[in-house]
Write a protein of this length. Structure first.
Lengths: 295, 318
């Protein structure tokens, strides 16, 4: 790139004439505009972080994490939501990670070209399906027949969102495992399934974990698929997956829509918690893979 | 591509012993589960919306009245709201996103492009509901006092720009959507631009072009279909985005006449009314809305993927 830069400015110098000067001016101004656009793109993140931190920190208190909302009136905290998120998202991961990883093993290691393409394509399309439709989808077979909103349906909806993400990232990291490792293992007489589990998957583990963590973070922030499945709840629900359960994003949504300042403040506090966890996971995971890419 | 062909079936049919067969077929079942989920999604939405679709036929799409009390359901206001809010987002996000991608891929030194790329990736990680919260309490009031006011002052005589601006409505939803689709457009356009072979750039520079000329005359034409794909993927994301839009669009089920009007998208209508809907025709009609959304987003996604693959190669091309 540096060579290209030197070349272009030399070319500009050689043409020299008035036309050349106009062209250089266009070049320079457009490059400045492109740079401005790039910084403009980064600005919203700063703005969102600033306001969530400013408004969220003042709403943050021990009550927010330890107390459920008061049964009557205003007050209490978001314990119902914290506890709900901490149950539904791990359950979703428990469903999605094995399905996604093994699915990727099939696509990357066993499948013929045609079926690999079809499955990959469907996974990509599934990533693009609006999450609210995933909510309706799960509603039709896990809520409607039982006439009962339940946390299990919420976890399944989140899992459906996670599966294609886990699958695609796992497959990408399987591609990076050198074939020599597979051949060496097979040559030693290790059966294929052991080779996949203890050689291929183990070598690809950092990439698989990256994908799983990013999917986890994404599921934590999802609201729409929970609206018609887990529904939300004002009481702390521990372990009863047959009943409604709250989650942090649901809590934020519901409280932000109330015309009461105290409730809006709680929404900011919950948003601070949620964003903190989501960003920490993202930064940690991405910083590591960035480090590897640069180093 | 040849390498991908080899990689596609590493073990092939080598797995023949019993435990291997079990492992292989269970992983195959789980892989095809993804395909099944996608198919089932369409089938279940269709079956559960049949009541409304059969009753109203094509009128379901063209009808402008959505009245649960009278039992009349027409989806047009929501289709218009969805398309307009996403259109606003794409109009704002495309130039900014493309310029950003150009800057990151072609112009910026690594020590600038790496942290910037990182920041923009993080923008995509912010949960939709947090964007919504910020949109309602920060962005909306800001817009109504600045950008929206300026537009109304300058162009208010044109009906579609008529005020008053509230900071809640189609335009605010469009701006929030812009922020949410920018990372998609930037990331994919950047990948596509990076995939343009260096020989294209070198040839252009050797002819004496400036860098900007090289970008617009050699790089962008080569990457064009991929960039269009990136924009369409962004559009697909905007069309289906729910929470942030629901919180800032104003939730009024009418065909809007100005971009500052309150409106309602398909997704936000489902989000706000599904739980209170009576089972039967109303629920069926809402799921019918979902089906329309599914058809639109899936079509766009398929087109976009094919376009991106044309430039950057199918995903197996590692």
């Amino acid at each position: 790139m540096a060579v290209a830069l030197a070349q272009s400015s030399m070319a500009a110098r050689l043409t020299g004439a008035r036309v050349g000067r106009r062209r250089t001016a266009v070049d320079r101004s457009m490059r400045t505009i492109a740079m401005a656009a790039a910084f403009l793109c980064a600005a919203p993140l700063v703005a969102v972080l600033f306001f969530v931190a400013a408004k969220g920190l003042s709403a943050l208190s021990l009550d927010l994490i330890t107390k459920p909302p008061k049964a009557l009136g205003i007050g209490g905290g978001a314990a119902n939501a914290v506890v709900g998120t901490l149950q539904m998202v791990p359950l979703a991961a428990l469903i999605a990670v094995p399905v996604g990883v093994l699915g990727a093993v099939y696509v990357g290691e066993f499948a013929g070209r045609r079926s690999a393409r079809i499955i990959r394509f469907c996974a990509d399309v599934l990533v693009g399906v609006p999450s609210i439709l995933i909510g309706i989808f799960v509603f039709t077979f896990l809520v409607l027949p039982f006439k009962q909103f339940n946390a299990f349906a919420g976890a399944v909806a989140l899992a459906v969102i996670m599966i294609p993400v886990v699958m695609r990232t796992t497959e990408e990291s399987l591609h990076l495992v050198p074939n020599a490792l597979r051949e060496a293992s097979l040559a030693l007489g290790v059966p294929v399934w052991r080779t996949v589990l203890s050689v291929v998957l183990r070598t690809g583990m950092p990439g698989i974990l990256t994908g799983a963590m990013l999917a986890f973070a994404r599921a934590m922030g999802e609201t729409a698929p929970l609206l018609f499945t887990a529904l939300g709840s004002r009481v702390v629900n521990v372990g009863d997956f047959g009943r409604p359960m709250d989650a942090l994003p649901l809590f934020i949504y519901v409280n932000a829509r109330q015309p009461v300042d105290a409730l809006n403040e709680q929404a900011w506090g919950a948003a601070f918690l949620l964003l903190l966890v989501v960003l920490v996971i993202n930064v940690a995971v991405r910083a590591r893979s960035w480090g590897r890419r640069i180093g | 591509m040849t390498q991908a062909g080899v990689a596609a079936a590493r073990f092939g049919r080598a797995a023949s012993r019993f435990p291997d067969l079990v492992f292989r077929s269970s992983s195959r079942a789980l892989a095809w589960l993804t395909v099944a989920v996608l198919g089932l999604l369409g089938v279940l939405l269709f079956l559960n919306s049949r009541e409304a679709l059969e009753k109203f036929g094509l009128g379901f799409i063209t009808g402008t009245t959505w009245d649960p009390i009278a039992g009349i359901y027409g989806a047009l206001p929501f289709i218009v709201g969805t398309v307009l809010s996403s259109f606003i987002a794409v109009v704002i996000a495309t130039p900014i996103g493309l310029l950003t991608a150009i800057f990151l891929a072609e112009l910026a030194p690594r020590r600038v492009s790496i942290p910037l790329t990182f920041t923009i990736e993080l923008l995509a990680a912010i949960p939709s509901v947090v964007f919504g919260l910020w949109g309602v309490f920060v962005l909306g009031p800001f817009l109504s006092g600045t950008v929206e006011k300026w537009i109304v002052d300058a162009f208010g005589w044109i009906p579609i720009f008529a005020g008053p601006p509230f900071g809640v409505g189609l335009f605010a939803a469009g701006v929030i959507l812009t922020l949410m689709i920018l990372p998609t457009i930037v990331a994919i356009s950047r990948d596509v631009i990076t995939a343009v072979p260096d020989s294209q750039r070198e040839a252009m520079l050797a002819l004496g072009a400036t860098r900007w000329e090289m970008i617009t005359k050699a790089v962008l034409p080569y990457a064009r279909s991929g960039i269009i794909g990136a924009v369409i993927l962004g559009l697909g994301r905007a069309l289906g985005e729910t929470m942030a839009v629901t919180m800032v669009i104003g939730n009024r089920p009418q065909v809007p006449s100005s971009i500052f009007d309150s409106s309602q998208t398909i997704a936000s209508q489902i989000a706000t009314t599904f739980n209170e809907a009576s089972l039967g025709l109303q629920t069926s009609a809402l799921i019918g809305l979902g089906l329309i959304l599914l058809v639109i987003t899936m079509t766009l996604n398929v087109i976009a993927r094919l376009l991106v693959w044309r430039v950057a190669g199918a995903p197996e091309g590692h």
